[in-house]
Unconditional design. Structure first.
Length: 272
């Protein structure tokens, strides 16, 4: 896998991912690759063992390797998890026409308590996804609210939830903890989505283009508030974002409105 600095994420876009738990790249996959994807998905993609290096899971020239080597995709992936990640697993999700059921809201793992690292999930849509086709439902900003897989399955709708409608060739990167679920397909067309989960193999520290790290837009993105937050409990999300941003940047003094500073205050000075 190769990438160039021009395709790395900026600090503002990285902060957007930290706040939202996702990053969307519309129509970045060319039409000929989308057409090939429909054939590849129809034939099926064999699984690989958990934790297989990308170079072994997807040999040079293979469809999946060409997909993740696209400059915009490779640049985002490098920015989020670094070079040479491992493939945790992949799967082609198919929603049949008029299937009549939806996937429960969930996060894609057992409880994951990491605050200084994360996996990302690439979701690729080779065809136009209309509202009638259902799309993937997600809850922006939910990724740092720790749950155990399908604990959220009892919830039918949350304020501010987002149902994906996108053009063909769209790729979305999700933090592994983001609450999401496939909606039922009410159209006459099968809906395809490829998911690949990547594990980092390096420390996730300043892997993106940090030239704009001091941009006021960084703090603005990290201060984003979502409709499903209930009053003061939304401050927990800001707190967790600060912890993650500190880990990603190595800036132990970064804060938003003193949230982390005040609760981590442990003076060591002994009074005279």
């Amino acid at each position: 896998m190769t990438t160039t600095s021009e395709h790395l994420l900026s600090s503002v876009r990285m902060a957007h991912f930290v706040a939202h738990g996702s990053l969307r790249l519309d129509a970045v996959v060319p039409s000929q690759l989308n057409a090939e994807a429909m054939e590849v998905f129809g034939a099926g993609i064999p699984p690989v063992p958990y934790g297989t290096p990308v170079t072994e899971a997807y040999p040079e020239g293979s469809f999946l390797r060409r997909l993740i080597d696209l400059p915009e995709v490779a640049g985002a992936l490098h920015s989020l998890v670094g070079p040479d990640p491992n493939v945790d697993h992949h799967f082609v999700h198919v929603r049949e026409p008029h299937e009549g059921r939806a996937q429960p809201l969930h996060a894609d793992a057992i409880i994951d308590a990491r605050t200084d690292a994360f996996d990302v999930q690439l979701m690729y849509y080779p065809q136009d996804v209309t509202l009638e086709m259902g799309g993937t439902l997600s809850v922006p900003g939910s990724h740092l609210r720790r749950t155990n897989e399908s604990d959220t399955g009892r919830y039918q709708n949350l304020r501010g939830q987002h149902r994906l409608v996108c053009p063909a060739g769209t790729v979305v990167f999700l933090h592994h903890g983001l609450w999401h679920g496939g909606r039922r397909n009410a159209s006459d067309t099968p809906r395809y989505m490829l998911k690949i989960r990547f594990n980092p193999t390096v420390r996730q520290h300043r892997l993106w283009d940090t030239s704009d790290l001091a941009d006021p837009g960084v703090a603005s993105e990290l201060n984003t508030v979502f409709p499903w937050y209930e009053g003061a409990t939304g401050r927990l999300e800001l707190y967790n974002r600060v912890l993650l941003w500190r880990a990603l940047t190595g800036d132990a003094d970064f804060d938003l409105d003193h949230w982390v500073t005040r609760v981590s205050n442990r003076p060591q000075k002994v009074p005279a």
